[in-house]
Design a protein around this ligand. Structure first.
Ligand SMILES: *Cc1c(COP(=O)(O)O)cnc(C)c1O
Length: 397
């Protein structure tokens, strides 16, 4: 099929939930570059929306997957797998948690986390089942996780949406205190709101929320689906704050592109789940576990976290220079390699112009230009993006 035929087939056969996409047909990736069918090259600062931490065709990763594909892809959770055991051990030994469960996506990880929080109080014989989440949050697209998402535009097409959530302004401790009542089971938060506009939580907020949860005996859930697995320069963003949750959810970068999610908890919470309480057909299958195990091993052993921190801080400073130069840049936010520029115009217009110049970047909400590059980018990649941003911005003023 040629490009026109492919775009036409999408219109003919695919449910129209994405609207018109950016008009390129991607065919392969190598390093931090994507290539379209016509051989055009794009420097990728989206990483498949915070997924491809190692970029494309990372040799050790590709080899491990090829080998796993020819050995075993899937055979159900009725049996044991060495690669699943190795992944669990590696993730647990590098986190605050004692136990893990694997899902296939972020939304499913959050669903599981919500179920675990509810079951925890059921086991204790307490009537607590409500979850407090933040306005402007994003927690997924299943009915329960879209209800958890504190943005009305996601609720509107599906009212009445599932009950059991209360929404509070982000970074507002008093609002959470006010919202807690005798039905509250948990507070679920992103440490940096990703889809909501790259809004980092303040240190005082996260400390205060942890303290409140401890006082009230309720659970704290960190949704690190976007911030986890090295994005901030630490393996988990909670390490940046020095505050541990009761339940942690992961997905996006965990499998470097192979779908896998997870939720983790300490023993005292995890023991609420009994045989039959939860499950998954695909979750944690050998292929997905091999992808996650190899990704994690590379991130932990090959300097990827330090790279994300160092290149991230260089990128931040270069963006700061742009912010000081252009009035239409309102704010620069983020840490590590999750960075956002809030503009006083539609960010999508900038994204289109960047694409025309061979650079892929993202929006977050209407006015935020969001950067989520692979964690293996270098200074020269940043310089290239800054150069093109300069060019695009200079044509606006
Ligand atoms: C992407 C995302 C999700 C949803 O993950 P899916 O894999 O798309 O279901 C949930 N929470 C956060 C913070 C995310 O960034």
């Amino acid at each position: 099929m040629n490009k026109q035929e492919i775009i036409q087939a999408d219109q003919d056969y695919f449910m129209n939930v994405f609207g018109p996409r950016f008009p390129i047909v991607l065919e392969k990736g190598e390093g931090v570059y994507l290539y379209d069918k016509e051989g055009n090259k794009y420097l990728d600062f989206t990483a498949g929306i915070a997924v491809n931490a190692l970029g494309y065709n990372y040799p050790e990763f590709s080899e491990a997957l090829k080998e796993q594909v020819s050995k075993l892809i899937h055979a159900s959770n009725l049996y044991y797998y060495e690669i699943q055991a190795k992944l669990s051990k590696l993730l647990i030994s590098n986190s605050y948690a004692d136990k893990i469960f694997y899902s296939n996506s972020g939304a499913e990880a959050n669903e599981g986390a919500i179920k675990l929080a509810k079951k925890y109080f059921k086991e204790k014989g307490e009537e607590r089942y409500e979850i407090i989440t933040a306005k402007n949050s994003f927690h997924g697209r299943t009915l329960k996780t879209l209800a958890a998402t504190g943005q009305e535009k996601y609720h509107k097409p599906y009212t009445p949406i599932p009950q059991g959530f209360k929404y509070v302004p982000y970074n507002d401790l008093a609002a959470i205190k006010e919202a807690i009542d005798d039905k509250t089971a948990a507070i679920m938060l992103e440490l940096i709101q990703g889809e909501g506009g790259v809004n980092p939580a303040t240190q005082e907020y996260i400390e205060g929320v942890r303290e409140l949860c401890d006082q009230e005996g309720i659970l704290l859930i960190f949704d690190e689906i976007q911030t986890g697995i090295g994005r901030t320069g630490s393996l988990f963003a909670y390490e940046e704050y020095g505050i541990e949750p009761d339940i942690l959810t992961l997905a996006k970068a965990l499998g470097n592109g192979v779908p896998i999610g997870a939720f983790l908890a300490k023993d005292g919470v995890a023991q609420a789940f009994k045989p039959g309480d939860h499950g998954s057909t695909f979750g944690g299958n050998p292929l997905a576990c091999q992808a996650a195990y190899t990704t994690l091993s590379i991130i932990l052993n090959q300097g990827v976290l330090d790279n994300a921190k160092e290149v991230g801080s260089y990128f931040y400073n270069r963006l700061l220079e742009l912010k000081e130069k252009y009035d239409f840049i309102k704010e620069l936010r983020g840490m590590g390699l999750i960075l956002g520029l809030e503009l006083d115009m539609e960010a999508k217009e900038i994204v289109k112009k960047m694409l025309d110049n061979g650079i892929l970047v993202l929006t977050a909400g209407k006015k935020v230009l969001r950067f989520l590059p692979p964690l293996v980018i270098n200074i020269e990649d940043v310089d290239q993006v800054i150069g093109v941003l300069e060019e695009v911005f200079s044509q606006i003023n």
